[in-house]
Write a protein that binds this ligand. Structure first.
Ligand code: HSE
Length: 376
């Protein structure tokens, strides 16, 4: 099987290294690079048409971004080439269009590496769905923010310092906004929900908050009360309705998920017969992510049916109620819902609907949800 690899950065070069050492019938025959100066071997080209017009069976897209990869993926599918991508942004924003294009051209489009990095998340979703119905998922879907929160908790350091460390280690996206403001987890939740419930959720209906405004003070408060704070993405479905949201969460420090260290991801499913199952592993990084890409390639080579159909219409209603921790310079909007005042700028709310306060959370406010156990 002949592979055309688009992009030879962190993930792409990992894919190349793994496949080149595999000694199988799967071979990389062409590699798209950005500039002439990046060409360091005969398989490399800067001309996408050289790859799309070739008798290649499968395109691996590891470019990142939206517009350019979208165009390439569409052209590849229309040319009846299978596509494997690690790009959550393009998949989450154009899910229906791409899934249908693959179906109409009778080829596979897979995206295992785009959620949970090296963790076989999509594979386990497929596996469990064969005999069971999944009612909920949740987890730590972003390695950068887990690294930041873990280090703030362990070393008592400030957010900016921990972010710099995460960037230096190569965990963060090129623009860390996607990591720290929750966009990255939003894309991953959308793709997880789509795959689990055979639907195409509207990305814009997902409520999301990040950890940009967290401070040492919040971490110290959590520690004193025997909580850890994690950025949690989650979804619950009942009938034709669902919750899908991303929010920093106070978790009791004896819970397993509260203790997932460093940059690891931990993702969980709840299904009727199996109950709860959890998957922990490297959610980012060159070889872990490349491993997931190559697993998809091997599955396509084995002719497996890897498709996630779109057959259900499910509306995101986000009927979520809880007590929320809010730190803001302007607490006026929250006066009527205070359960406990911690200091002049920090409160814990009464048990209220997230929907009723979400529009008052401005760009400088830190909000977190209290959960005794997830998925209750
Ligand atoms: N920046 C992402 C993370 C990479 O930190 O999890 C993997 O999607």
């Amino acid at each position: 099987m002949k592979i055309g690899l688009l992009g030879c950065g962190t993930v792409g070069s990992g894919v190349k290294e793994i496949i080149d050492t595999m000694n199988s019938e799967i071979i990389i025959s062409k590699i798209l690079v950005k500039d002439e100066k990046d060409i360091i071997e005969p398989r490399m080209t800067t001309d996408i048409n050289e790859i799309l017009n070739d008798d290649i069976d499968l395109i691996v897209e590891c470019i990142g971004g939206i517009d350019i990869p979208l165009n390439f993926i569409k052209k590849a599918l229309t040319s009846k080439k299978h596509v494997v991508t690690s790009n959550k942004k393009v998949m989450a924003t154009h899910y229906k269009e791409l899934i249908e294009l693959a179906k109409n051209n009778n080829v596979s489009l897979t995206f295992e590496a785009s959620v949970g990095g090296g963790i076989p998340w999509m594979e386990n979703i497929r596996h469990i769905k064969r005999v069971d119905s999944i009612s909920a998922f949740d987890g730590i879907f972003n390695g950068t923010t887990n690294y930041i929160l873990y280090n703030m908790m362990q070393k008592g350091i400030e957010f900016n310092y921990a972010l710099k460390e995460a960037q230096a280690l190569g965990y963060a996206e090129s623009d860390p906004t996607d990591d720290i403001d929750g966009h990255d987890v939003k894309y991953k939740c959308c793709l997880s929900g789509n795959a689990i419930w055979n639907t195409d959720f509207n990305l814009n209906d997902i409520i999301f908050f990040g950890i940009r405004n967290i401070s040492k003070k919040d971490i110290e408060y959590a520690k004193n009360k025997k909580y850890n704070i994690k950025l949690i993405g989650q979804g619950q479905r009942w009938g034709s309705k669902a919750n899908l949201y991303v929010i920093p969460t106070f978790l009791k420090n004896y819970e397993n998920i509260a203790n997932v260290p460093h940059n690891l991801n931990c993702v969980r499913l709840k299904s009727e017969f199996l109950g709860e199952s959890s998957y922990i592993g490297q959610g980012a990084g060159k070889f872990a992510t490349a491993h997931a890409v190559v697993q998809d390639i091997v599955s396509i080579y084995e002719n497996r049916n890897l498709s996630f159909p779109i057959s259900e219409k499910i509306e995101i209603v986000n009927e979520v109620s809880s007590n929320f921790y809010i730190r803001s310079k302007n607490l006026n909007e929250f006066n009527h819902i205070i359960e406990e005042k911690i200091d002049d700028e920090t409160i814990i709310t009464k048990y209220i609907r997230l929907k009723d306060i979400k529009d008052f959370i401005d760009k400088d406010t830190f909000i977190a949800e209290f959960r005794l156990y997830l998925q209750e």
